[in-house]
Ligand binder design. Structure first.
Ligand code: SF4
Length: 383
């Protein structure tokens, strides 16, 4: 496809599926600029043998230029199965690091932009010293850690979990470690929803499950994007769209209050679902309902609309935008492919606690990555 055709195609696609999500962004001139860069990105990717993957929360142009779009763990497994020599990851950098832990030295993994700012409020809200101290005080403590976490936290953990399977992982941990306390981290909203499910749907003793809360203040241990989706948003959405289903990511700030409202009959049962982003795609494909309100980062709406143009998808909040994710751009992807930066490498001498950038390379401690992989593999045995 030549630049003009691609620019016209993208203008049409983005006008239909993303105009309300990013008002004023996709003008014909901007789409022409993007198309030119995208063609160069694909040329360089072919030349360098790269597989490009993009997280569901990326801008539409990054989703379009990617070979695969998905959630963090789904992409990590795509990377493993693609058996590409090189992977360019559009996401926050700890997600690229998770993929690197899984593929090891079998593939080179690159992330875009300046990794110093490619953080996440979940990572910033997790205190390594406190976790180490808790483990010292109670060596039998079992850590169930959500995949959105840094390498060192994963390495301290017994199991990694996803937004789809945390309740099952808690139940397995409870069975495999009788008598031990289970600490669920780092996201407090997801932690409470998953504890509720583990207790009410899988029979886990509530006294054995603790949800992590950042003991030193500062950043809360939660996703600041989902936190912004406040308590009133679900009711407002269901009133506005009377025939819609509400699909909420369990990281949402309204998650716990929605659980209460559902049990108290304030919110209608059968219209509210807690789902991972991949779970949202599955539910929308199979539900008899044609209209959905989506409680997660807005990038996901573009993917849903594009894959199911016969259905309607509305964001529960136009404020649900992740500034960390949105630092990725086609310009940065192009620079990354052209200049071979920023590569994530496993290094024996790297700082175990912080993934540092040195000379255009992000170093993850090899022993830490190996330990983290044990916890990831344990989760996979549960799926
Ligand atoms: Fe972190 Fe939330 Fe952004 Fe994901 S959406 S990278 S969890 S802040």
């Amino acid at each position: 496809m030549d630049t003009t055709m691609l620019a016209e195609r993208w203008y049409d696609l983005f006008s239909r599926h993303a105009a309300d999500l990013y008002p004023g962004r996709y003008t014909p001139a901007f789409c022409a600029e993007l198309a030119e860069k995208a063609i160069e990105v694909r040329r360089l990717a072919a030349e360098k043998g790269s597989t490009i993957v993009a997280h569901n929360y990326q801008y539409p142009e990054l989703q379009e230029v990617a070979d695969f779009v998905g959630d963090s763990l789904g992409l990590a497994f795509k990377v493993r199965d693609a058996k590409a020599a090189r992977v360019d990851f559009s996401s926050v950098h700890f997600m690229g690091a998770t993929a690197k832990m899984i593929v090891g030295d079998a593939a080179r993994v690159f992330v875009q932009g300046d990794p110093d700012v490619h953080s996440c409020s979940l990572v910033r809200g997790t205190d390594h010293r406190w976790l180490e101290r808790r483990k010292q005080l109670d060596p039998s403590l079992v850590l169930v850690t959500y995949v959105n976490s840094d390498a060192y936290t994963k390495a301290l953990s017994d199991y990694i979990s996803t937004s789809r399977n945390t309740a099952s992982v808690i139940a397995t941990a409870a069975r495999e470690h009788p008598g031990s306390k289970i600490l669920v981290l780092p996201d407090k909203f997801l932690g409470h929803v998953m504890k509720w499910q583990a207790v009410n749907e899988k029979g886990v003793d509530p006294d054995r499950v603790e949800v992590y809360a950042n003991p030193f203040g500062g950043y809360n241990a939660c996703c600041y994007v989902h936190e912004k989706i406040g308590d009133e948003a679900p009711e407002r959405a269901l009133e506005e769209y009377e025939d819609a289903e509400l699909m909420l990511h369990p990281e949402c700030g309204c998650a716990s209050s929605c659980l209460y409202k559902l049990s108290a009959g304030i919110l209608p049962k059968g219209r509210v679902y807690y789902l991972s982003t991949e779970g949202m795609l599955e539910r929308a494909r199979t539900s008899a309902v044609k209209r959905f309100v989506i409680g997660t980062e807005k990038g996901m709406i573009y993917r849903l609309r594009k894959e199911m143009p016969d259905r309607e998808f509305h964001p529960v909040s136009q404020e649900a935008v992740c500034d960390f994710m949105k630092q990725n751009t086609l310009d940065k992807l192009l620079a990354s492919l052209r200049d071979d930066k920023y590569e994530i490498v496993l290094d024996d001498a790297a700082d175990p606690k912080v993934e540092r950038i040195e000379n255009g390379v992000i170093k993850v401690n090899r022993a830490v990555a190996a330990k983290a992989k044990v916890a990831i593999d344990r989760m996979l045995a549960i799926r």
